[in-house]
Design a protein around this ligand. Structure first.
Ligand SMILES: [Zn+2]
Length: 493
């Protein structure tokens, strides 16, 4: 017998694993409370000292930042920058506003090295101040009130990215207050317009002000501390990211009266094309980081899933394993291949008029190194319709080289993670989403993405969604983790 019989015995185990990993069904509140509880095993003492009181202070900063509405558009990040500048000034820093557009500034501050400054060894702490919009009617609390409930702080940006902004600020201040010798410049940077990537984004910031924050290493959002069954399973450190490209699909046909339909109706052609594109699966390709991620993930998963993870790149069972893994977790699917998501449809002006044009938008995410031309050649073949054409939109992201997994800063993060989270391993991670790090990597910065807060999948999925919230215990742990990384790196030779 062949694989099809195996599949029958496999399905329940995979389904269970999928349910555990994705747990899409919200748990009743009583069951959710323990998920915020941090592991009780005491972590190795931190070189940053005890950060508990500082983390409480930072919780107040986070609440105030949430209350400053920086929904982008329009962003209005300058209000948040002023608030952060006030805190930095009180701590003895000289923060500087980097103006980008009316009402929109980034903010930079520097803790100088006691040794000869070397920008190639400087560390940049990056977080963005803008947030995505909200549908207030879908929230159970005011999204800009920083309500504390059941051990969580609710609010737009509580995770993405004001949580990290407040935690970066705390780690930066912890180092300054400690009066420890600092061997490398540590630079705090609060950016604007991350969510839209427009006129005030990091691209513009780098082109106008690079010298103000030039650094060899950066710590940014984009990774995860995966909390499962009350325990940190692993720390995912983003070292690479997929490249977003929007593509319009345009169908043309003769316009006419709705009462006399013909076979070349643009709406019908577009619908057929989208159906075919929706069923397309790009071939899997293993980048170095994805290969390392799965190698290190296998021993953490149950035996059945581990077996499939280990078969991912084998000649005989690889293709089947890739299907199993992709079906188990859509994020794993995104890490393995280019993806295409139809996201918008438009056609027609009146019910009784056949339009001459119908359009759809595809949100494509390419693995770094893949090109849109190759993918579109595949889709053109698949759609096989002369009435359909593709048009790449001008806002595409840029492919950046991955950050090194051999750098001493990556080693610092790995060591700090293990000490902070009772031996939890660090897995290098390719994020499906885009961050400011791509632009930094294009400027030779070894940028690493962490989200330092231990979070369950259920809480992580609230980023950009309704009722975004951060467990306060996780926030405190995240402050300690960041302070540990920053203090350790600052002291290193
Ligand atoms: Zn973000």
């Amino acid at each position: 017998m062949n694989g099809s019989r195996r599949l029958h015995t496999l399905v329940p185990a995979v389904a269970v694993a999928a349910a555990m990993f994705l747990s899409a069904v919200p748990l009743p509140l009583a069951a959710q409370v323990p998920s915020t509880a941090m592991p009780t095993v005491q972590s190795t003492p931190s070189p940053a000292g005890n950060t508990t009181a500082l983390a409480k202070e930072a919780e107040g900063w986070l609440a105030d930042l949430i209350r400053i509405d920086t929904t982008n558009p329009p962003g209005n990040e300058e209000a948040a920058a002023k608030f952060v500048a006030g805190i930095l000034t009180k701590e003895g820093f000289n923060p500087e506003f980097l103006e980008l557009a009316p009402g929109r500034s980034a903010l930079v501050a520097r803790l100088r090295s006691a040794a000869m400054p070397d920008p190639a060894r400087a560390l940049l702490l990056v977080a963005h101040m803008d947030v995505v919009g909200v549908d207030k009617s879908k929230w159970t609390v005011d999204p800009f009130a920083a309500t504390i409930k059941d051990g969580y702080m609710y609010g737009r940006g509580s995770i993405d990215d004001k949580g990290m902004l407040a935690a970066n600020l705390a780690a930066f201040i912890a180092l300054k207050r400690s009066n420890a010798r600092v061997n490398h410049d540590i630079i705090f940077l609060a950016t604007a317009d991350e969510e839209q990537g427009g006129e005030a984004s990091i691209r513009i910031l780098i082109s106008k002000y690079w010298d103000k924050f030039a650094a060899g290493f950066a710590l940014n959002e984009g990774g995860r501390v995966v909390l499962k069954n009350g325990k940190v399973e692993y720390v995912a450190v983003q070292a690479s990211e997929k490249v977003p490209v929007d593509v319009a699909v345009i169908a043309r046909g003769p316009s006419g009266h709705g009462s006399v339909p013909t076979k070349d109706n643009a709406v019908v052609h577009l619908a057929a094309a989208i159906t075919k594109i929706g069923s397309y699966t790009a071939p899997a390709r293993f980048t170095t980081i994805v290969r390392r991620y799965f190698e290190q993930l296998a021993p953490l998963e149950d035996d059945e899933l581990a077996k499939w993870i280990r078969s991912l790149d084998t000649p005989d069972r690889g293709e089947h394993a890739q299907r199993v893994i992709s079906d188990t977790n859509p994020l794993w699917n995104s890490m393995l291949r280019d993806t295409v998501a139809p996201t918008m449809l438009s056609a027609g002006v009146r019910a009784n008029v056949i339009p001459s044009e119908a359009r759809a938008m595809l949100n494509v995410r390419l693995l770094p190194g893949d090109t849109i031309d190759v993918l579109l050649a595949e889709l053109t073949k698949l759609v096989n319709d002369p009435n359909i054409r593709f048009e790449v939109q001008p806002n595409a992201g840029l492919a950046a080289p991955p950050s090194s997994l051999e750098s001493d800063f990556y080693a610092t993060i790995t060591k700090a993670a293990s000490q902070e989270f009772s031996g939890a391993p660090v897995l290098p991670f390719l994020s499906a989403g885009a961050t400011d790090s791509a632009q930094l990597r294009l400027h030779n910065v070894q940028a690493y993405g962490v989200s330092p807060f231990p979070m369950t999948d259920e809480d992580s999925r609230r980023m950009h969604a309704d009722d975004e919230r951060i467990p306060l215990a996780s926030f405190e742990k995240g402050v300690d983790f960041l302070a540990r990384i920053v203090t350790e790196f600052a002291a290193s030779k």
